[in-house]
Design a protein around this ligand. Sequence first.
Ligand code: CU
Length: 158
Amino acid sequence: MTIHKEEKIWAGIVAAMVVVFLAALAYAAWVIGLQVPGGDVQMVNPQRALEELKPGVREVAPGKYEVTLIGKMWSWFPNKIVLKDPVEVKFRLTSVDVIHGFQIVGTNVNVMVFPGYVAEITWRVPPNAKGTYLMICNEYCGAGHQNMYGYVIIERSS
Ligand SMILES: [Cu+2]
């Protein structure tokens, strides 16, 4: 049996691709620190989520906010969030009924919200972000889905 020259070339290309993909995976995991979700996800009883999680906006340090949001057919609680000079906003979200999708239009904030689980997403707010942003539910959740929206208002002191 002979191995043709072309076969050797293609085997080399395939081996090189495997090395490149493994290197990309290692880079994402150890250098960038990307992780698949899971492991330490907080769980909550959907019937008690409103009392236990206390939805609202908290400024935990200058410019650093923690926003707890509850999705409930067909509204976000709270549905108006005011942030003054935000740098980093950590959203903690859950649903009391069905699956919702939390998205702030025009940003990279987009996360699925499941009943029973607390989803977390951190938004590093661009310094030029200002004004009113629409936050929506992007996961069809019933007859009033299109009414499930609110506003994130970013105020800048300078
Ligand atoms: Cu919804």
